[in-house]
Design a protein around this ligand. Structure first.
Ligand code: PRX
Length: 626
């Protein structure tokens, strides 16, 4: 905890923010003034009446009365400047095909597709589900939906039928945008077949637009399914399309994420506050300059992809890199070869990816000239100091500060993060971003002493914070705001400690959320997937620390009467979870049990299972029924 890395002098000299303390203090004393100053840097159709409307807590509104469509800032305003001809996207497919698009070209594609969507009857306010591999059309689709004032719900391309169908159903989507498939580890992922199955279960779905990426045979249903390239060649796909005027508080997207109970919840984000928050954090945390080549290696299907692959960077007029496939395909130097080839200056990825690549040894990155890199980033889970040091010394050559950014789908953007000028401690996300006040509290909501572990809370409203849960406002209050309702604090669901220097150390989730390879899953989802199997009576899922993935899922299964467990059934159950949720959710271990530890009220005590599995003291089990 005492290891300290000072930023190189040239970074400090050129940093976008040179005095963290002063600006932080300003943001605390006058948060509305701070955010108004940032908002003024963006383009608005009409200026807001009020920066923060907190008349209906915790449903905060930002830039109320203002009119802004995020596309005005992500695309339109760049067309009026030299950035029109700047590269917006450099994309490389896994097989090695490359596509690039200037802001001018991106605008044409987005406008054409926006007109296609309009011709398909997509209306303002409607939610369009997007289920695609990491191809440029995924970004084009998101932007086109936003441009016409509709909202998108992107479902991660690694999810399976059940997960996709549940999300289409919850959003009541009429239109699904997908692709025949994508390339991953040299194989084709058959997205259209999964989409076809999901559509069968989705009564609201009428239209499916499919991008041809792999060209393998897929089933297309007459009058329901349309090829993207066919539609884009019709006269309806005109490259001229005015950006719809939207209120700052109009819905931009919903994004589903796992929680403690039940089905995933769709967090809502809106145009104005989200645009301000993602662009501000991106610019200050990653010190973005016009000459940068930015690579966020996250999938757009997750919040990191939304905020820092698509919106933040495009609003800042950045050239972004996007890659379709696996980091180690065909060899473990794939990423590093692309850093060299495209001259990437700032790279943002997850601890799990770093650990995964570190395993292959230094010789792979060492084959490449990575000297274009200036800054590195990490997100998704705590980064262990060993991985941090490797990333810092081997990838960053010892002179690229690592921005370890703590945030959540709910927060829309970075909450606790270093700036390039911050002295770093490996494993700590360091300090709160401007406008963010955090605390670590005990069971009673009282602040704990420095160095002590407790629950992480956020004390200030921020423009990027979710506006609620789609279709379930009560659950939003219940999940995040109820525990500290008297103080108006937000419960993050993480445990953390703050050291004597004010550095925040996030330890991990304290609820029933599991982070596997940085992906967020709920124990409840895994358990309900298991009980869909006819031989399973009951199941409990827990997270066990894993060297590369951060956590692995172990499940305890009680079989129905008369069923004998065997190896084949174990595999069948793993497959069931893979089919229901997606391959990332497959348990590493299936343990057959006779009974599960439960409280008298029937709640499974996962804590007891976990302690036992890890050979630790099971702690207080006085509430245990059996
Ligand atoms: O537990 C924290 C962990 O990821 C959770 C949020 O997950 P999700 O909504 O999927 O968003 C991930 C990308 C922002 C948090 O509650 N987490 C995220 N970043 C960090 C982290 N834990 C420690 N350090 C981080 N930098």
């Amino acid at each position: 905890m005492n290891e300290l890395y000072h930023p190189p002098r040239h970074i400090v000299r050129n940093a976008n923010v040179k005095d963290y303390e002063a600006l932080y203090q300003r943001s605390m004393e006058d948060p509305e003034g701070f955010w108004a100053d940032e908002a003024k840097k963006l383009k608005w159709t009409r200026k807001w009446n009020k920066v923060l409307d907190d008349s209906n807590k915790p449903f905060y509104k930002w830039f109320a009365g203002g009119k802004m469509n995020i596309i005005q800032n992500a695309i339109d305003r760049h067309l009026e400047t030299w950035r029109r001809n700047k590269l917006a996207i450099i994309w490389e497919g896994e097989p090695g095909d490359v596509r690039t698009m200037s802001y001018h070209a991106l605008n044409r594609e987005v406008s054409k597709f926006a007109n296609v969507l309009k011709a398909m009857g997509v209306k303002k306010g409607e939610i369009v589900t997007i289920y695609m591999p990491q191809i440029p059309e995924l970004v084009i689709a998101m932007l086109a939906v936003a441009k016409i004032g509709a909202a998108h719900s992107v479902v991660y391309g690694g999810f399976s039928t059940e997960a996709l169908a549940a999300r289409i159903d919850d959003a009541k989507s009429r239109v699904l945008l997908t692709a025949d498939g994508g390339f991953r580890r040299g194989k084709i992922t058959d997205l259209k077949s999964i989409a076809n199955d999901a559509i069968q279960r989705s009564p609201t779905l009428e239209v499916c637009i499919c991008v041809k990426r792999t060209g393998h045979d897929v089933y297309m249903e007459n009058d329901r399914d349309f090829w993207y390239h066919d539609l884009m060649n019709l006269p309806i796909a005109s490259p001229n399309c005015a950006t719809e005027v939207t209120d700052a508080e109009d819905l931009l997207f919903i994004l589903y994420t796992s929680g403690t109970t039940g089905k995933p919840k769709g967090l809502m984000h809106t145009h104005g506050g989200y645009a301000v928050y993602t662009s501000t954090t991106h610019k200050y945390v990653f010190d973005i300059k016009d000459e940068d080549r930015w690579w966020c290696a996250a999938d757009p299907g997750w919040v990191t992809g939304h905020s820092y692959l698509v919106y933040g960077p495009l609003i800042n007029g950045t050239t972004l890199m996007m890659y379709e496939g696996a980091p180690n395909h065909p060899y473990p130097n794939r990423w590093w070869s692309m850093v060299e080839k495209y001259g990437i200056t700032v790279m943002y990825t997850s601890p799990t990816a770093i650990r995964g690549l570190m395993r292959f040894g230094d010789q792979w990155p060492k084959r490449h000239d990575l000297s274009s890199l200036r800054l590195l980033g990490s997100v998704g889970e705590p980064i262990n100091p060993e991985a941090w040091r490797w990333y810092h010394s081997v990838i960053g050559g010892g002179n690229c500060p690592i921005m370890d950014t703590w945030w959540q789908t709910e927060t829309g953007g970075h909450m606790i993060t270093p700036l390039p000028i911050t002295p770093l401690k490996p494993g700590s996300a360091t300090k709160p971003f401007f406008g963010v006040a955090v605390g670590v509290v005990d069971e009673n909501g009282a602040e704990v002493a420095a160095g002590e572990e407790g629950k992480l809370v956020i004390k200030t409203p921020t423009p990027g914070m979710a506006r609620g849960i789609w279709g379930d406002p009560d659950r939003y209050v219940e999940t995040y705001w109820k525990d500290y309702a008297d103080k108006g604090w937000y419960k993050a669901g993480d445990s953390a400690r703050i050291d004597e220097d004010g550095y925040v150390w996030v330890i991990g989730r304290i609820d029933d959320v599991i982070k596997v390879s940085g992906y967020r899953l709920g124990t409840a989802e895994v358990e309900s997937a298991l009980v869909t199997h006819p031989k399973v009576a009951e199941a409990a899922a827990i997270a066990i620390p894993h060297e590369v993935k951060g956590n692995a899922i172990h499940v305890y299964v009680i079989l129905r009467q008369g069923i004998t467990p065997d190896k084949a059934l174990e595999e069948e159950l793993r497959e069931t979870v893979g089919r229901e949720i997606g391959p990332i959710a497959k348990p590493d271990k299936v343990i057959f049990a006779e009974s599960l530890p439960k409280t008298r009220s029937g709640k499974i005590m996962r804590r007891v299972l976990k302690a036992r599995a890890m050979g630790q003291d099971v702690g207080d089990i006085s509430t245990l029924e059996e």
